[in-house]
Every structure is written in structure tokens, then in C-alpha cells.
Design a protein around this ligand. Structure first.
Ligand code: AP5
Length: 215
């Protein structure tokens, strides 16, 4: 399976990608996770992109293209992949088409998760991530057993730098202006499956499975 997973910031792409990864046995390639890992490690890439991530702006198309070409060229992506967070601009869409064309690969599905803006603000406002292992929680919907402490590794839970209300609104605006046209282009190609992401994660996953032809 070669899948692109799209949707507004905080709609639940990472949450569903983890379930899809297990179901289909393909690597979950999240550009946001790759960039945040680089920041956490303090690598040259991380130092270059930290301010952009914190402001909720987009990293340059050139840098993202190089990153994705390298990642899709790795052996573990030969049998399929789940792309989360790429492509996000018309330029990235063209770049992905070229990368896949060069590898003689085609996408099987593009999945677009949808939810109301009020629900997006609620999900992002309540999101907490583990400062140690990056596990994702929500203060109301998916709280840890002990407040502020990761169930998995015991490290402290924190808010992402880009989850303040001001930065969330900037990210939503960028989504509408730069990423919505990418979804529209996939729709015109007849490749887009729109999935209602309201309700609990298990229900959303059931809809995703059905869209992918699993019973
Ligand atoms: P990225 O990490 O891709 O951020 P995003 O698209 O804004 O998405 P999020 O990670 O915020 O949300 P999500 O949809 O994964 O939701 P989640 O599952 O966590 O990108 C970050 C930054 O990197 C960008 O701003 C940019 O700077 C840069 N970047 C990345 N890709 C780039 C590219 N291609 N080009 C240029 N720059 C790029 O869920 C959110 C919360 O809701 C959680 O708390 C979760 O527990 C909860 N939740 C999830 N599902 C449900 C549900 N069904 N019901 C209730 N709560 C739920």
C-alpha cells in the first residue's frame, strides 16, 4: 500500500497513521515527526528548521523535496509507505509526482481526514506530547494514567511550541491557502477519499479501513 494521509493540523493524522502502520505493515513517514526529531537531536537540519516549526510556517519546498526523495529511496519504503504531512503545496505535489515517476511507483490512495475548525482547536489545545518518546496524549480524550507523566517512558508531558492558539490559527490559514489546493488536485484526479474524522479514534479508523476496501 502506498498512501498519502492529508488533513488540517490536529485532525488526527498521526493518531490514525499509527493504526494504519500496524494494519498494513508499511513505514509511517511523517515529515513533521522527522523535522521535530531533528530539532530534538540538535542536528544541522534541526537548527535550520526550529524557528520555522515554532512559528507554524512551512519549511522550504526544496528542503522537503530532498528529505522525501531520500526517505522514499530507502529499502523499507519499497514495499509501500504511509506519507503523513507531504505533499503540502502545489510545488510539493509536482515534486512527489516526479519522485514516484522516477521510481516507477503509483499511489494507491489519498485519504483526507475532515473535522470542524472548533473540533480542531479543541484537539490541538488539549494535545500534550511526551518530552522523552514523543507519544501523543489529549488532556480530556486520551489522558495519561498520572497527570503530566508519560505512561510509556515516565518523562514529562509538554505542549508543542506550535500548539499555542496564535500559531494554530496561522497553521490553519496556511492549510487553507497552500494545502487545500493539493487535496483539490487529488480530488480532480479521482484519487481522493474523504473521511469524517469526528468521533472517537476507533470509529475514524473503521471508516479509513472501509475506504481502503477492508471489511
Ligand atoms: P505536522 O507534524 O505534520 O503538523 P500538522 O499537519 O499541523 O499536524 P499535527 O501533527 O498537528 O496533527 P495531527 O493531524 O497529526 O493530529 P494528532 O494525531 O496529533 O507538521 C508540523 C510542522 O512541520 C509544520 O507546521 C511545518 O512547519 C513543518 N512541516 C511538516 N511537513 C511539511 C511540509 N511537507 N512542507 C513544509 N513544512 C512542513 O491529533 C491531535 C490531538 O487530537 C491529539 O491530542 C490526539 O490525541 C487528539 N485526537 C486525535 N484523534 C482524535 C479523535 N478521533 N477524537 C478525539 N481526539 C483525537
Amino acid at each position: 500500500m502506498r498512501i498519502v494521509l492529508m488533513g488540517m493540523p490536529g485532525v488526527g493524522k498521526g493518531t490514525q497513521a499509527e493504526r494504519l502502520r500496524v494494519e498494513f505493515g508499511v513505514p509511517h513517514i511523517s515529515t513533521g515527526d522527522i523535522l521535530r526529531d531533528a530539532v530534538r537531536e540538535g542536528s544541522a537540519l534541526g537548527r535550520r528548521v526550529k524557528a520555522t516549526l515554532d512559528a507554524g510556517e512551512l519549511v522550504s519546498d526544496e528542503l522537503m523535496q530532498a528529505l522525501i526523495r531520500e526517505r522514499l529511496g530507502r529499502p523499507d519504503a519499497r514495499g509501500g509507505f504511509l506519507l503523513d504531512g507531504y505533499p503540502r503545496t502545489a510545488e510539493q505535489l509536482a515534486a512527489l509526482d516526479a519522485i514516484l515517476g522516477a521510481l516507477s511507483l503509483r499511489l494507491d490512495a489519498v485519504l483526507l481526514l475532515t473535522a470542524s475548525e472548533a473540533e480542531i482547536l479543541r484537539r490541538l489545545g488539549g494535545r500534550r506530547i511526551c518530552s522523552g518518546c514523543a507519544a501523543v496524549y489529549h488532556v480530556d480524550d486520551h489522558p495519561p494514567a498520572a497527570p503530566g507523566v508519560c505512561d510509556r517512558c515516565g518523562a514529562a508531558l509538554v505542549q508543542r511550541e506550535d500548539d499555542t492558539e496564535r500559531v494554530i490559527r496561522a497553521r490553519l490559514q496556511l492549510y487553507r491557502s497552500r494545502t487545500q489546493p493539493v487535496a483539490d488536485a487529488y480530488r480532480q484526479r479521482g484519487a481522493l477519499h474523504e473521511i469524517d474524522a469526528a468521533g472517537d479514534p476507533a470509529g475514524v479508523f473503521a471508516r479509513l479501513r472501509r475506504a481502503l476496501g477492508r471489511t
